[in-house]
Ligand binder design. Structure first.
Ligand code: A3D
Length: 320
């Protein structure tokens, strides 16, 4: 059986980490693409030279021509610019929207059957625009944000409760902005919902509220520490989990920015919700009930995403 092919559009901090992880997990052959000639080729060669030491088999190539992604099974898009301290994700719209146009056209021409994972910010708007520019079926394109936001929340919870990260599940919905919605009722320690863990005296409501807030601002915390660029290890791990679920038909239930067609009362937007990812891409959306507060938080987050989409339409009239 032929190996799968994974194309990484953008060979920057996340792109390079994605290539290394895809190699270590033997997900398939890897092509790194970037407009800066030499960078994708250099990173591909560097990782290929790590393969004998790590003991994985994968072909790695670097390219600055879209023909190199032909026939890719999975495409992961990080092309664009990341945030600098003081910038919001929304400040990136002008530049990254143009990048999505060229990436969308490249995918449409060379890898129209791929499962596409977008990471470029502002995420919920860029995945929406990428779908428009590429014309991909809506079940074959998702945005990565919820896996990362949940992983951040899981890390904070595991530290606070002093338990393994493996036994913490977390549920974060909505857009990938500071008003994302970490749902504590659906987040658990080994199946026990967080409000019950508070009742059991393992932590306090104040500490839980602080962890929710830290999760919401998790991206900014790292931007402020790094000073140049944004997080890349955990974002890459998160996208690889999504790619693996598709390539190995694992049918994992992962929070992704998925196209909604009436679910959660939303039509025509990409919003972070739990979905089943299997061999057919997004196979099912898991719709949960909200209580009053949760509904208000979700609506606020959705309104922010709507604002971003309007801003995109203002920049590029062809999207209106
Ligand atoms: P960076 O290291 O700058 O890499 C981006 C790469 O894209 C660079 O190598 C550029 O040369 C390349 N590039 C720019 N324009 C094009 C183009 N037209 N075609 C192909 N390649 C191009 O950034 P990064 O890897 O740290 O981050 C990439 C993106 O991911 C940014 O937009 C970040 O804001 C975003 N990001 C999202 C999350 C989410 O959770 C959604 C988390 C972290 C970063």
């Amino acid at each position: 059986m032929a190996r799968s092919k994974i194309a990484l559009i953008g060979a920057g901090q996340i792109g390079g980490t994605l290539a290394l992880l895809a190699g270590l997990k033997e997900l398939g052959d890897i092509v790194l693409f970037d407009i800066v000639d030499g960078v994708p080729q250099g990173k591909a060669l560097d990782i290929a030279e790590a393969a004998p030491v790590e003991g994985f088999d994968a072909k790695l190539a670097g390219a600055s021509d879209y023909s190199a992604i032909a026939g890719a099974d999975v495409v992961i898009v990080t092309a664009g610019v990341p945030r600098k301290p003081g910038m919001s994700r929304d400040d990136l719209i002008g530049i990254n929207l143009k990048v999505m146009q060229s990436v969308g056209e490249g995918i449409k021409a060379h890898a129209p059957d791929a499962f596409v994972i977008c990471i470029t910010n502002p995420l919920d708007a860029m995945v929406w625009a990428l779908q428009k520019f590429s014309g991909l079926p809506k079940n074959k394109i998702v945005g990565m944000a919820g896996v990362l936001d949940s992983a951040r929340f899981r890390h904070f919870l595991a530290e606070e409760f002093k338990v393994s990260v493996e036994d913490v599940t977390a549920f974060v919905l909505g857009g990938h902005g500071d008003d994302m919605v970490p749902l504590v009722r659906y987040s658990t320690i080994a199946g026990v919902p967080l409000p019950d863990m508070i009742k059991l005296g393992w932590s306090t409501q104040e500490k839980l509220d602080a962890m929710v807030e830290r999760t919401r601002k998790g991206g900014g915390e790292i931007v402020n520490l790094l000073k140049t660029g944004s997080a890349f290890y955990a974002p890459a791990s998160s996208a690889i989990a999504m790619a693996e679920s598709y390539l190995r038909d694992k049918r994992r239930v992962l929070p992704c920015a998925a196209h909604l067609d009436g679910q959660y009362g939303i039509d025509g937007l990409f919003i972070g919700v739990p979905v089943v990812i299997g061999a057919n891409g997004v196979e099912k959306v898991l719709e949960v009930e909200f209580n009053g507060d949760e509904k208000a938080m979700f609506e606020k987050s959705v309104n922010s995403v709507k604002g971003l989409i309007e801003a995109c339409k203002g920049v590029d009239a062809s999207l209106a």
